[in-house]
Write a protein of this length. Structure first.
Length: 67
């Protein structure tokens, strides 16, 4: 009976470590993609920021813009 309890405890401990490892891997993958998106947003978005963005109105559809 004692061995059965030890085996169950060992299996639960191993299963817990495995699930924690998978959770950490998932967090790392998620943070990687989050950082990738934020980096892309910042590097491509900062050059578009200017005072005109905040002071000029957006052109209507089918109207020529300043580009």
């Amino acid at each position: 009976m004692k061995t059965n309890q030890n085996l169950r405890f060992y299996w639960r401990k191993t299963h817990n470590k495995l699930m924690l490892g998978l959770s950490y891997i998932s967090v790392i993958i998620g943070l990687f993609w989050l950082c990738w998106i934020l980096f892309t947003l910042i590097t491509k978005g900062i050059p578009a920021l200017s005072i005109d963005l905040f002071t000029q109105s957006t052109p209507a559809p089918n109207e020529k813009g300043d580009c």
